[in-house]
Structures are given as structure tokens and as C-alpha cells.
Ligand binder design. Structure first.
Ligand SMILES: NC(=O)c1ccc[n+]([C@@H]2O[C@H](COP(=O)([O-])OP(=O)(O)OC[C@H]3O[C@@H](n4cnc5c(N)ncnc54)[C@H](O)[C@@H]3O)[C@@H](O)[C@H]2O)c1
Length: 448
């Protein structure tokens, strides 16, 4: 294992040149908060709080060795100075106007970089209102020919790379949540998917066309929304064929972040759960989109699955067999991007005695999502340079519904996800895995 990973380390291509970040939904709250944040950090006007790659460290070797480099010094990641942003939106506002519309960042953060943000202008989107009913922008490509749409997106990518002198690109979907789709025969193989695109099949969502354009261009694709998009055998297979990594789905922020922090703790102490009631009020454009029941269904599925996998009722029927789990999102414009998530958690302890936990998280959705985009872009670019292709399960840490191989269940526990991520980095760099075994420190008086 060590030899193999050492060889892998030698094969990692150094991140030379500039890295393009291609964003469908570039005019959104999350995208503009991310882009503005990176620029502010580059100018020394802000700190990348929440970013594992920028602030996180990784322990190497035994505890007495005291080796804990920063992750960005340990693995060869692209530098923030080398990131170049481009993307698509169905509203033609540039990123300065869009950031002001989103009202996530204060004037004191937007005005100093007004020229920079104003220079990022969205390309025309591939959009179909059947998939996002509550939006109606006009900055969209004409016609209904899906293959032509894919080719047009590929031309956009090609032009963007050329104009900016880019070596590499990563595409990350930060567009709206599309209506709920279930995988069908057309989603099962690359050929079936291509046929469906040629025949303009009604179950091909716009996000899938962006993903196809990326994969066919040899560019990794990350899905920040709960949309089906790449979570189908056809895309997984295509990514393998094109030797390109893919990752998803749905950024883990806010309420689900809290759930995957709390639930593993309750389970580790063998405390039972009777019910978990989660509700949110949210007033941004994402909230408006999720006000449509079919878009909400996509989100709801993503949010509900978390507890089931963490608590494993089939292994712990006494504690988790019949718990009631409910998630709602209410669109409430006055709250804007500052979501409020309430959780009422009914637990029980020794002899079944009931207890309650109430959690009120007054969070800022896009502030929580922005660092995840940065980390995902940098780590997926690393995966590409290492030669990893297909599903990147080690990036589960960042997602509400981590993609996983068929016949494996997803890992939702945030602490296991972090260990998985760090061990993957150690593996890539030829370092020993850290299992936290620890008994070896006490054997024969000293560690081996
Ligand atoms: N903020 C969070 O904490 C968080 C967490 C998880 C997932 N997400 C997801 O991230 C996405 C973005 O969230 P947001 O708050 O920025 O929403 P937003 O509504 O502010 O931005 C989405 C943008 O996507 C654009 N868009 C929609 N369809 C498009 C298409 N086909 N092509 C190009 N652009 C398109 C919209 O015009 C809009 O500007 C949503 O899907 C949301 O569910 C956000």
C-alpha cells in the first residue's frame, strides 16, 4: 500500500498555470459570495474562515512527532491567485450587481472589489422553466435542441479557457434546485443518455447538459445542488471513460451540518431518538425556488436520508426503529439569505426517560457554502491531477447526499467523513494512515 501510494505521489502533476472555475448559476447568492470572498482574501481584506484547505492542518506520523502541516502546504493545491471565474446565468447581471441583489455581503466587502466583480459577466444559460418553475430569466440560449445546447456550452468553455490562458478547469453547479427526477432507462448508460439528448428527451434536465459539456471537455464536475444531474450510472461511466473526477451532491451547510454533527454524538452514547422536527425560514432566491413543491421534494430527499444512515435503525432497533423525522422549508422574504433553522429533538435515555434538545441556528446560508466551494474546487482539481476519476467519495465531507458506489451505503457522519478525507490525502502523499488506535504508545513502554 505504501509503495503504491508513494508512486502515486510522484505522479501528481504540479498545479502549473491558472485554474478556471466554471459556475452554472454564477449570479446566485452562493456563487457571488464565494467569488467575492476569494478576491477579498487574495487582497488581504478577509480571512477564508470555514475553508479546510486554507485553514486546516493534517497530523502526520506519531503524536510525539508533532508534525501537523497546513493541508495546503502538505498537498500541491492550486493557489488562490491562480483562480479565474466564469459561468452562466439566466439573469444578465454582472457579479457586482448580482452580489448586491443577493445582499449577503455588506457594502464594505463589495465596494472595494466593485471593478473586479463588475468584470465577471455571465454567459447565456441553458435553461428550461419546466425544471425550475419559479424563475423566468431571459439571458438564455435559444432553441430546444439539447445537443446544440451541449455543443454551445462546450464552445463557451473553449473560449473561456482560451481568452484567459487557462491550463485546467473545474465546473461546479451552483444553479437552482431543479424539480425532482428519478433515474430511468435513459440515465443508465452513456449511449442511452446520448440518444436521449439527441431526441430531446423530456427527462434531461439543464444541469445534465452542463455536466455533459464538462465531462466531454475533460473537465471535472461538482454538483452543489440536490439535483439528480451526475448521480446516474451514465454520468459515472462517462466520467470514468473521460478519466475525470465527479463529486456531489448538495452542499452540507446549515441544518444538515448540525444534524450530522449532533446525531453521531447521540448515537455514540447509545441515546435513543423518538423524533426530530426540523423547520426553516428562508427568504432568498433559493427559498423562492424551493417554494415550488417539486423542487422542494428534491431537497427534502437530500435532507431526510442523513439520519437514517447515521443512526442505522436496523442495527439499533431499540433506539432508532420508529423515530419520526420531518423537514420543512418556508419561504419568508424578510429573512433574506439569513436562514433560521429550528430543530426540536426528542431523545430518550436510561430506562426510556424522555429528554429534549432545542436548536435554533440563525445561520447565513451562503457564508457557510462559500468555503465549501473553494475546498471542492481545489480538491477536485487535485484529484484530476492525481488521475482519480469517477465518484470522489472521499469528498463526502462537503455534501448532504454524498455520491457513492452502487452497493455501498453513503457515509454521513461528519467525523468519519473528515477522517476519510484526511486519510485519502495521506494516502496520496505516501504517508501512513492514522487510525487513532493509540494502544501502541503504551506497548513495551514506547511506540513502535
Ligand atoms: N446556500 C446554501 O447553504 C446551499 C446549501 C446546499 C445547496 N445549495 C444549493 O446551491 C444552489 C445555489 O443556491 P443560492 O442560494 O445561490 O441560490 P440562488 O437562487 O441565489 O442562485 C442560483 C442561481 O442559479 C441560476 N440558475 C438557475 N438555473 C440555471 C441554469 N440552468 N443555468 C444557469 N444558471 C441557472 C439562477 O438564475 C440563480 O442566479 C441551489 O441549488 C441551492 O439549493 C445551497
Amino acid at each position: 500500500m505504501k509503495e503504491e501510494s508513494l508512486k502515486r505521489k510522484d505522479r501528481i502533476k504540479t498545479p502549473e498555470g491558472r485554474l478556471g472555475v466554471l459556475i452554472p448559476g454564477i449570479g446566485g447568492a452562493v456563487s457571488t459570495t464565494f467569488i467575492a470572498g476569494v478576491e477579498l482574501v487574495r487582497r488581504g481584506l478577509g480571512e477564508p474562515v470555514g475553508s479546510l484547505t486554507q485553514l486546516g492542518t493534517i497530523r502526520l506520523g506519531k503524536r510525539f512527532e508533532h508534525r501537523s502541516p497546513k493541508i495546503r502546504e502538505f498537498v500541491p493545491l492550486a493557489s488562490l491567485d491562480d483562480l479565474v471565474f466564469g459561468g452562466w446565468d439566466l439573469y444578465e447581471a454582472n457579479c457586482y450587481e448580482a452580489a448586491n441583489y443577493a445582499r449577503v455581503l455588506k457594502r464594505e466587502h463589495v465596494e472595494p472589489i466593485r471593478d473586479f466583480l463588475g468584470g465577471i459577466v455571465p454567459m447565456k444559460a441553458v435553461f428550461d422553466r419546466r425544471f425550475v418553475r419559479n424563475l423566468d430569466g431571459t439571458h438564455v440560449k435559444e432553441g430546444q435542441d439539447l445537443r446544440r445546447h451541449v455543443d454551445s456550452l462546450k464552445e463557451d468553455i473553449h473560449r473561456f479557457k482560451k481568452e484567459n490562458g487557462l491550463e485546467r478547469c473545474v465546473m461546479i453547479w451552483c444553479g437552482s434546485t431543479e424539480i425532482h427526477l428519478t433515474p430511468e432507462a435513459i440515465h443508465q448508460s452513456p449511449d442511452a443518455l446520448q440518444d436521449a439528448v439527441e431526441s430531446n428527451h423530456e427527462k434531461i434536465a439543464p444541469s445534465m447538459l452542463y455536466a455533459l459539456a464538462a465531462l466531454e471537455s475533460g473537465i471535472p464536475f461538482i454538483n452543489g445542488a440536490p439535483n439528480l444531474t451526475i448521480d446516474i450510472p451514465a454520468m459515472v461511466e462517462l466520467a470514468k471513460q473521460m478519466n475525470v473526477p465527479i463529486a456531489g451532491k448538495d452542499f452540507k451547510t446549515g441544518q444538515t451540518l448540525m444534524k450530522t454533527i449532533l446525531a453521531p454524538g447521540l448515537k455514540s452514547r447509545m441515546l435513543g431518538l423518538e423524533g426530530w422536527y426540523s423547520t426553516n425560514i428562508l427568504g432568498n432566491r433559493d427559498g423562492l425556488v424551493l417554494d415550488d413543491k417539486d423542487s422542494f421534494k428534491t431537497k427534502e430527499e437530500s435532507k431526510l436520508s442523513v439520519l437514517e444512515y447515521i443512526l442505522q435503525p436496523h442495527l439499533y432497533p431499540t433506539l432508532y426503529k420508529n423515530y419520526y423525522h420531518k423537514v420543512t422549508i418556508n419561504y419568508y422574504p424578510p429573512r433574506g439569505d439569513n436562514k433560521e433553522g429550528w430543530d426540536c429533538i426528542d431523545i430518550f435515555g436510561w430506562l426510556g426517560y424522555p429528554m429534549q434538545i432545542k436548536l435554533d441556528f440563525l445561520c447565513r446560508d451562503s457564508i457557510l457554502a462559500a468555503p465549501l466551494i473553494l475546498d471542492l474546487v481545489l480538491l477536485t482539481d487535485l484529484a484530476q491531477r492525481v488521475g482519480m476519476s469517477g465518484i470522489q467519495e472521499w469528498l463526502s465531507f462537503f455534501f448532504k447526499s454524498p455520491m457513492h458506489k452502487e452497493n455501498l451505503y453513503p457515509e454521513h457522519d461528519i467525523f468519519i467523513q473528515l477522517m476519510k478525507l484526511k486519510n485519502t490525502l495521506r494516502y496520496l502523499m505516501g504517508e501512513e494512515q492514522i487510525t487513532h488506535f493509540g494502544l501502541d504508545y503504551y506497548m513495551n513502554g514506547e511506540a513502535e
